[in-house]
Ligand binder design. Structure first.
Ligand code: SF4
Ligand code: SF4
Length: 137
């Protein structure tokens, strides 16, 4: 059996801001959840977590694809908690401006440069009603 994997973060083109291997898209293909307005994968347990992925050359029984969407905005046109909590203005109802988001992450990294690599934020994923769910919500 062969297996392939990728490091959890920083595996992306820093100009185009496109990942060489997207853990959340592997999870989507596996039926683990659906994307929200904030571009995070919302699973039956929410989106405030970290995904990793391992790809095997073994046939596996497919999981059923999720029905419907967990994102309240994409489902019913309401919520926008992620947009309201975004400190950089990168996230709007029209989508995510990756360059604006990444510029903000680099600002955070500079601010906390005594702590090692800190180019992080995630306020859009951590505070909304989709952050933590119970299966069936
Ligand atoms: S915070 Fe609200 S609008 Fe944003 S992704 Fe979650 S459910 Fe959708
Ligand atoms: S990670 Fe931070 S800056 Fe980027 S879209 Fe989310 S809340 Fe906005």
């Amino acid at each position: 059996m062969k297996a392939a994997w990728q490091q959890p973060t920083h595996n992306f083109d820093q100009e185009k801001l496109v990942s060489f291997w997207s853990h959340k898209h592997v999870a989507y293909i596996c039926g683990a959840g659906t994307f929200g307005l904030h571009q995070m994968l919302i699973t039956p347990y929410g989106c405030a977590g970290r995904l990793g992925s391992l790809v095997l050359d073994q046939p596996l029984a497919p999981s059923p694809r999720p029905e419907g969407r967990h994102c309240l905005y994409l489902r019913e046109g309401k919520c926008l908690a992620c947009v309201k909590s975004c400190p950089s203005g990168a996230l709007t109802p029209e989508g995510l401006d990756k360059q604006k988001c990444y510029s903000y992450l680099l600002e955070v990294d500079t601010y906390y440069n005594d702590l090692g690599t800190c180019d992080a934020c995630g306020k859009c994923a951590a505070g909304g009603p989709c952050a933590i769910l119970e299966p069936g919500d």
